[in-house]
Structure formats: C-alpha cells, structure tokens
Design a binder for this molecule. Structure first.
Ligand code: HEM
Length: 260
C-alpha cells in the first residue's frame, strides 16, 4: 500500500480510486461479484472464442471443396444445401441452420461484451495506478495489445462478408442471385477482392493465434514451460491453417485454377 501511494502521485487521487473500488464491491453479493469478476469474463471469452474457432475450421474445410478437381463445385453447392436441410424431415427446413446461427450470434455477442468490459477494466486500472501497470501493459505482446482493434475490424469484415455471400446485398462480378459456388468464383476473379480478403483473413488468423493461446492459458492448460510451448505451437498451426485454408480458394480462382 505504502509503495503504491508513493508511486501513484497525489494520495487524494489514490484514495478516491480505492473508495470507488470498495463502494463498488461492497454493494454486491458474493455470487454477483463472481459473475462480474475478471476471471469469469475471461473464461466466458475463452469458451466462446474456442467455439468460434471451431466454426471457422468447419467453414474453412467446407470452402476447400471448391478445390476438388472433378465435381468440387457441385459438392460445394450440395454442402450449402445440406446445411439448410440438416435433420429434415425430422425438423422443418432451415430449422437447424437457424438454431446454429443463433448459437453463433450468441457466442459472438458474449465474446465481444466480455472483451469490451475487460479492455475498459484494464484501462481503468491503468488510469488509477499510474506507471506500474502501464509498464506491465507495454511488456505484453503486440498481438495481445491489439486484440480489441483486430476484433473490431474482423467484425466489420464479417458484416461485409454476410452482405456479400449470405444475403447477396453486395454482389461482386454478377447481378441478382446465383448458386453459392458462382458467388465465390465470380467474386474472386477480381484481384482487389482477393487482396481485401487476404487482409481480413490475415487479421482473423492473427486474432486466432493469440486468442487460441490465451484461451488455453485461461482454462488452466499452461501448467509449465513444456505445456506453454505445446499451446504456442498449436496456436501457430491453427492460425496458419486458418490463413492458408481460407485463402487457397480465392488464390486458385484468381490464378485461373478454378473456373465456373
Ligand atoms: C476467403 C474466405 C471465405 C470464403 C470464400 C467464404 C465463403 C462463404 C460463403 C460462400 C458463405 C455463404 C454460405 C451459404 O450461404 O451457403 C459464407 C457464409 C458465412 N461465412 Fe464465410 N467465407 C470465408 C471466410 C470467412 C471468415 C474468415 C469468417 C469469419 C470470420 C466467415 C464467416 C461466415 C459466416 C458467419 C457465414 C454465415 C453462415 C450462415 O449462413 O449462417 N467466413 N462464407
């Protein structure tokens, strides 16, 4: 306590920060405090983030069907149709797809909410405790410090992506509505779209690299130097898989290896 008062400038300011913290905590029950705790939010962020990575890997493997030499384009469309008709006629058409979309949306909302609160909490702490926490913050990796920014750009990219490929509100290379494989092929014949996607998918991979590592640390998998190394290697592999797996089809289309 003495060290902090000496380091953080005027004692009055520290006192006001401390008072704020005590007041904030004492007004809550133990359960309430647990639900709003940093650890709980980090766990929420880790679990939802890992689910979103799982979706990314499934989506990426689905997209790779475009590269299958004979009949790949038909398989790609069939896969898109299959997602809509999954569990039909037990369930109505598109029922499973909508449940899946809602779960995905819920995960994204919880992930973004937790990330925003943790960022503001960290910012509050730095403002209150001055240069000691600032030094710790500067020591963090580049990926860790830029997660919130890469996350915001990824979100903007997802909105563009859905407008392009799901609702077809923005179309590139065609007008109206066409089969799923044509949306992709006619779009990625344009170099600027491939470049835009390379930037976006690059950011997604960078976010996945740090997110994957952080999530396993939060969930307690890093128990020593060896496990830290294994998690790091896995996060590099997953990030590279996401980047090259997603960019393989746009590049193959751009260089004329896949045509409509
Ligand atoms: C070059 C890379 C990508 C390509 C070619 C691609 C292609 C597509 C296509 C064709 C669809 C529409 C599927 C359909 O309606 O049947 C789609 C949907 C979607 N994509 Fe991508 N995608 C790519 C990367 C990504 C990335 C990196 C993300 C996430 C960050 C993502 C998230 C989504 C989501 C959330 C949907 C909507 C799924 C739904 O209909 O519920 N995609 N994508």
């Amino acid at each position: 306590m003495g060290v902090l008062i000496g380091a953080a400038g005027p004692p009055i300011r520290l006192l006001s920060v401390a008072t704020k913290l005590v007041t904030r905590d004492s007004s809550r029950t133990a359960n309430n405090r647990a639900v709003h705790s940093t650890v709980f939010r980090k766990v929420l962020m880790a679990v939802t983030g890992l689910f979103l990575i799982l979706f990314l890997l499934m989506h990426m493997f689905g997209n790779l069907k475009l590269l299958i030499p004979d009949g790949g384009l038909e398989e790609f469309d069939e896969y898109s149709h299959y997602l809509r008709m999954f569990l039909y006629p037990v369930l109505p058409p598109k029922f499973f797809l909508w449940v899946f979309r809602l779960v995905l949306l819920l995960c994204a909302v919880v992930h973004i909410e937790a990330a925003t609160r943790l960022t503001f909490r960290d910012y509050d702490a730095r403002m209150g405790m001055g240069r000691y926490l600032k030094q710790r913050y500067l020591a963090g990796s580049f990926a860790a410090r830029t997660m919130i920014w890469s996350g915001i750009i990824i979100l903007v990219g997802v909105i563009f992506h859905l407008l392009q490929f799901t609702t077809q509100t923005i179309t590139v290379g065609y007008l109206g509505s066409v089969a799923p494989h044509l949306r992709v092929i006619l779009g990625f014949q344009h170099w600027w779209l491939v470049l835009l996607y390379a930037f976006w998918v690059g950011l997604v991979s960078f976010h996945v690299y740090h997110g994957f590592y952080s999530a396993f640390c939060t969930l307690g998998a890093r128990v020593g130097a060896f496990s830290a190394k294994v998690i790091k290697i896995c996060s590099v592999i997953v990030a590279l898989l996401v980047f090259f797996g997603f960019m393989a089809s746009p590049l193959a289309i751009l260089f004329g290896l896949v045509t409509a």
